[in-house]
Ligand binder design. Structure first.
Ligand code: 3H9
Length: 687
């Protein structure tokens, strides 16, 4: 028996145990071990078989590191057919997360039990794939068409209780899972239960219109993506074809997805996200500081959102404002947000009030004397931030971590405003901070290793995806955004409309076009940031002139009802505004620009390659540790389509030489200042 799978007889019950840390992925040795074990069980005196896992979870899926390599037998679908064909009842005993191929293994068993906290799911779609070991054929036979489509096209796991209701598992057990599963297997044997292959069931009744409706829904929700539509094909096949023929359809669709650039991009991101949590050169055993209480300065949109993250994770928060009125406003917004969550069924009323109870308000710094971490979330004013940090230095206990949520400012200078620069770090949340997954962890030159390690670990506790950035203006994300926005504005001035630019970028895959993003963020934000800079540091005046005019007219974006677009006060839907086009045409003329038709392709290349070129500079300067970190920032913080893998992965997939050609062309047309190729781009394209 292989080291990762063991088999033993417990009286008349054969027990197969998988032990392949960290998540019991179905690597080749596991598949081989399972095949040997089930074969052994077939030939011995056992009357039923239990499959159970050691460690933190049931099998969490196929081994993703094997994808893209030549497959080695036994392949998972055949192995699962063998398990299902067992003449003795097979019981799967689930704890942790039974995901993907792991849950498919459970579906190939004849009986399924789980502990109450377990989750099951078919998350392959998040890797640009579909369940490829019978999941698309077996799940609908148990849970019906709609629930299976929901499960597979969202990729989100469900809890044991929901799985029981859907018929995906049979039983929730208490106490020791292994003992409970063996006990249940004995009961099954005693009651004369027989193997119960899911493949022999037929799909419950369904409304035939559901497939078209689903395709249309996915056309919007998962625009441009291959795997979700293929999942619908496979489930439709399950309803029409015998199991074996459905499996052939599934195999073909799985292989097509596996070969697709979309899956390569999503698999890249899976590992990039996990890699981003690691800091090169920081020993894994770096001691962590305990974080059991948090203070937040500023109860505005950002501070309030940040507070919710900690309360959601069960960590008490003290929210500090300048006066009672501002504090009451901030606390009321938090309450409103939780109430909206309850209305939408995201959490129960009881959970909401438990979380609210964890958030206390204060109007003086003395209440921060004992907290383990303080996050400053005041206005983007460097002098104000330094004053706040000097006060924190006087107030906070020794060993407290002092963090700034600045989006742009120099964290080194902020650290220098204290007597304990090693305790200072940047924690850059993204708005809305209780929803956006990204956390840029900004490591100042003086930040202590333990402070950095603590914040990276803390990010996971509050369910954020952390990426470390060194200090520069705008860090990784906002620094790259500047040339992206520059090109969006220049395209508009040269002849495109805001509608064309936004539509081109959205069709390419961005969650929201750049001018709508600017309206959402507030045009006054960039305006104020520019005002704080000397004129020569503001960049090409053509790249912000229209925005300045809009702000000076009081068109601040969505919040004032108008910016590049007009907004319906009720629905916040945007509509075109002819007045904006007039402004644009007037400003183009003032700069002596002759407006021209611009192809969507040019818009896309200019915006995306502007990101790429700056990203490569950021890498070269050591601001980001690795290209994958930049990709994670863009996908989790800026609405970059995950299925394109992030800007760096996208550039690699296009080919650096091709990207360089286009950047060189733009450099000749639009000038060196904006488009000089990053040295790393030249280097990579010659490799
Ligand atoms: C599939 O099953 C296809 C089949 O339908 C058909 C086949 C024919 N493989 O996330 P964590 C590593 S597709 C290899 O930090 P957590 C991960 O890289 C698969 N490695 O832990 C990390 O390594 P490192 C469908 C894997 O507790 C370490 O384990 N399944 C795999 O926060 C810890 O991971 C999925 O998509 C894997 N499948 O979360 C599930 N999974 O320490 C993917 C993890 O070196 N996995 N690793 O950085 C997950 O969602 C989470 O890992 C899980 C645990 C929820 C299980």
């Amino acid at each position: 028996m292989s080291a990762v799978v063991s088999y033993e007889l417990d009286d008349e019950i054969g027990v197969i145990t998988v032990n392949n840390p960290p998540v019991n992925a179905l690597s080749h040795p596991v598949r081989k071990g399972l095949l040997e074990a089930i074969t052994d069980a077939h030939g011995d005196g056992s009357k039923a078989v239990v499959i159970v896992c050691e460690g933190r979870t049931f099998i969490a899926g196929a081994d993703i590191t094997e994808f893209g390599k030549p497959p080695v037998e036994p392949l998972l679908p055949e192995l699962l057919d063998t398990i299902e064909a067992s003449a003795k009842p097979v019981v799967a005993a689930i704890h942790g997360t039974a995901l993907g191929g792991g849950f498919e293994t459970a579906l190939a068993a004849h009986y399924r039990c789980a502990v109450a906290g377990a989750k099951v799911g078919l998350p392959e779609v998040k890797l640009g794939l579909l369940p490829g070991a019978g999941g698309t054929q077996r799940a609908p036979r148990l849970a019906g068409v709609v629930a299976s489509l929901d499960l597979m096209t969202s990729g989100n796991p469900i809890g044991a209780e929901a799985a029981l209701e859907l018929g995906l598992i049979d039983k929730i057990v208490d106490g020791d899972l292994r003992e409970a599963a063996i006990g249940w297997a004995r009961e099954l044997v005693a009651s004369g239960a027989v193997p119960r292959p899911v493949s022999e069931l037929s799909v419950p009744e369904f409304d035939a219109a559901v497939f078209d409706a689903y395709r249309a829904k996915l056309g919007k929700r998962a625009r441009g993506q291959l795997a979700p539509q293929k999942i619908v094909d496979c489930v439709a096949a399950a309803t029409k074809l015998p199991f074996a023929e459905g499996m052939i359809i599934e195999r073909g669709a799985f292989k097509e997805c596996m070969r697709s650039p979309q899956s390569a991009a999503l698999r890249h991101l899976f590992f990039a996200e996990r890699q981003a949590a690691k800091i090169d050169g920081l020993p894994a055993d770096t001691p962590l500081r305990p974080i059991e209480s948090v203070g937040i300065i500023g109860a505005g949109t950002m501070g309030g959102g940040i507070a919710m993250n900690f309360a959601n994770a069960g960590i008490p928060v003290t929210l500090v404002e300048v006066d009672e009125e501002a504090l009451a406003r901030g606390l009321a917004t938090i309450e409103k947000n939780y109430a909206a969550g309850v209305r939408r069924g995201k959490l129960s009323g009881e959970q909401a009030s438990e979380r609210l109870d964890l958030i206390a308000g204060a109007i003086d710094y003395s209440s921060l004397a004992d907290v383990d971490l303080v996050i400053e979330a005041v206005f983007e004013d460097p002098e104000l931030k330094k004053t706040v940090f000097a006060r924190l230095d006087e107030t906070c206990k020794s060993g407290a971590i002092l963090a700034t949520n600045t989006s742009y400012q120099d964290v080194n200078a902020i650290a220098a405003a204290t007597s304990r620069p090693a305790d200072v770090i940047g924690l850059h949340f993204f708005s809305p901070a209780n929803i956006m997954k990204l956390l840029e962890v900004v490591r100042a030159d003086t930040t202590g290793d333990d402070v950095l390690a603590t914040c990276m670990a803390l990010a996971k506790r509050i369910r954020k995806v952390p990426v470390m950035s060194r200090v520069c203006y705008g860090f990784i994300g906002n620094r790259m955004l500047a040339p992206y926005f520059r090109e969006a504005q220049l395209c508009v001035l040269e002849g495109a409309t805001p509608e064309q630019v936004d539509a081109a970028m959205e069709a390419w895959g961005m969650a929201m076009g750049p001018l709508r993003v600017a309206d959402l963020a507030g045009l006054d934000v960039g305006y104020k940031a520019r005002e704080a800079l000397p004129v020569e540091e503001r960049g090409d005046p053509r790249s912000y002139r229209v925005a300045d005019v809009l702000v000076e007219m009081g068109r601040l974006g969505q919040k004032s009802g108008a910016g590049y677009y007009r907004y319906d006060p009720e629905t916040r839907k945007h509509v075109s505004d002819p007045a904006v086009l007039e402004i644009i045409e007037r400003e183009s003329a003032a700069f002596g620009i002759e407006r021209r038709a611009i192809a969507d392709e040019e818009i896309i290349d200019r915006l995306i390659y502007a990101l790429v070129n700056e990203g490569l500079r950021i890498l070269d300067e050591g601001i980001a540790q690795r290209p994958g970190d930049i990709d994670v920032v863009y996908v989790y913080g800026y609405g970059f389509p995950a299925w394109r893998g992030g800007p760096m992965h996208y550039a690699e997939s296009v080919g650096y030489a091709k990207v360089l050609d286009r950047v060189t062309e733009f450099c000749e047309r639009f000038g060196e200042e904006a488009w000089a190729p990053a040295p790393l781009l030249e280097q990579l394209s010659s490799q």
